[in-house]
Write a protein that binds this ligand. Structure first.
Ligand SMILES: Cc1cc2nc3c(=O)[nH]c(=O)nc-3n(C[C@H](O)[C@H](O)[C@H](O)COP(=O)(O)OP(=O)(O)OC[C@H]3O[C@@H](n4cnc5c(N)ncnc54)[C@H](O)[C@@H]3O)c2cc1C
Length: 399
């Protein structure tokens, strides 16, 4: 049995960033990834930095109540974290923070933007409501149907194919061990420590680690990893569609989102437009079980809907050729907020997953590492505690 202070399960953004901050804080860290680093949602996503409250949260604003205020506080913290990230990681991660516009096309949607802006402003997030003409002056590519837009000057995007790798290199430099092709297959708590068993791909041989802390950053697989620790975690896999167009000269300087329709759009450094925004794909299913590890299939109706929305909001999209469409699988929680923190029924077992985990992954990791290293975090994690679903584990955990 090998020993470490912390074993991290899952080598996406959340896992690699948590490994970095724990190792930089002096902990001995082992990260285990069943496939390749960045093989999951962290390498498949749209790369949008969503600091305004998103469409998916506003849709359920009444149910979320004051939770939304906490979410805005997290966004403000994430903005600061992103601003210093390129220098901290010492690599070009193609970070652009030139502002984001959330557009509205009807009076009802404009009213929603106003309500949202009030929540955000109350929590100190910088946002500015523009009428349709002002929005078009700032972003001439917006079409005639746009009646208003909420500008958040800090929003933007980053390349998902670069960020996790940059963190992985930072984690290695700080002394963490990273093992790819190594799937965790069993978790047991023995004498106040966790025993973590893992198997190398293509081999029957297993390896075992003993650690005080186990961190579940397994994304869409987080519930399955929870089961290994005998606990229920309400994290559900969902598959989403992304598309990329041919390259064009720089025209679209903002991240574009919509208050009432699913849309995210941006122009990346190479000139291509990335189009997404939460349109569904079909998760692979076998024997009545979802299989997040198998590729989800494209739903053509969703793809058409996504592209039509993009072309309506930005008419210059219509004549462009589509280069590629792909799907990615992520994990969502019942209340749409992330799950970050220790599970009461399983001491020493931590989770960091859910929410817009590309935007907030660096911040989840920083806060969780602070909590593990010092017992406290510089922003309260209570609103995101796994124990808000603690009743599910009343009869679970250690017996
Ligand atoms: C198409 C799409 C678009 C998105 N767009 C955005 C966006 O624009 N902005 C945004 O903020 N968020 C976006 N998201 C969400 C974001 O991508 C995820 O929240 C984030 O990447 C999750 O990171 P993670 O590290 O938690 O999970 P992942 O990157 O999925 O990593 C989990 C890892 O755990 C590994 N694993 C699982 N089980 C085991 C095991 N037993 N042993 C070892 N390893 C295991 C997996 O192989 C995987 O590599 C999008 C998601 C998708 C799918």
């Amino acid at each position: 049995v090998q020993r470490a202070d912390a074993v991290i399960i899952g080598g996406g953004l959340a896992g690699c960033a948590t490994a970095t901050y724990l190792a930089q804080g002096g902990a001995s860290v082992v990260l285990l990834e069943q496939k390749r680093l960045n093989a999951g949602a962290s390498g498949q996503n749209a790369g949008s930095l969503h600091f305004q409250l998103e469409h998916r949260l506003i849709q359920h604003a009444d149910a979320l109540g004051e939770q939304l205020d906490f979410y805005v506080a997290l966004a403000r913290r994430a903005i600061d974290d992103w601003r210093r990230l390129p220098q901290e990681l010492g690599e070009d991660i193609e970070l652009a923070m030139h502002g984001g516009l959330m557009v509205a096309e009807s009076a009802e949607q404009v009213a929603k933007l106003e309500k949202k802006a009030a929540i955000e402003a109350r929590q100190g997030l910088e946002v500015q409501l523009l009428d349709g003409d002002a929005a078009r002056r700032l972003a001439p590519y917006l079409g005639p149907t746009i009646q208003a837009a909420l500008l958040c000057p800090d929003e933007g995007h980053c390349n998902p194919r670069l960020l996790t790798g940059a963190y992985a290199r930072a984690a290695l430099a700080a002394g963490a061990q990273l093992h790819s092709d190594t799937a965790v297959t069993a978790l047991r708590r023995v004498g106040g420590h966790w025993r973590v068993r893992a198997r190398k791909a293509g081999s029957e041989q297993t390896q075992e680690w003993q650690a005080q802390h186990v961190i579940n950053t397994a994304g869409a697989w987080a519930a399955a990893v929870g089961r290994l620790a005998n606990i229920h975690l309400p994290v559900f896999p969902v598959a989403l569609t992304m598309s990329v167009t041919e390259k064009l000269p720089p025209v679209l300087h903002h991240l574009i989102q919509h208050i009432g329709r699913k849309l995210s759009m941006k122009q990346v450094e190479d000139g291509n437009l990335l189009i997404g925004g939460g349109w569904s794909a079909r998760l692979a299913q076998r024997g009545g079980e979802w299989h997040p590890d198998l590729a989800a299939s494209v739903d053509l109706q969703a793809l058409r809907g996504n592209l039509a929305t993009a072309a309506e909001v930005v008419p210059a999209v219509a004549p462009l050729s589509l280069l590629r469409t792909w799907t990615g699988t992520t994990g969502i929680t019942p209340d749409q907020l992330p799950i970050i923190g220790e599970v009461g029924a399983a001491p020493g077992f931590y989770v960091a997953t859910g929410g817009s985990g590309f935007t907030y992954g660096p911040t989840y990791a920083r806060l969780l590492a602070e909590k593990i290293l010092t017992g406290d975090s510089s922003l309260p994690l209570t609103p995101y505690s796994p124990d808000r679903f603690g009743h599910m584990n009343m009869f679970m955990g250690q017996s």
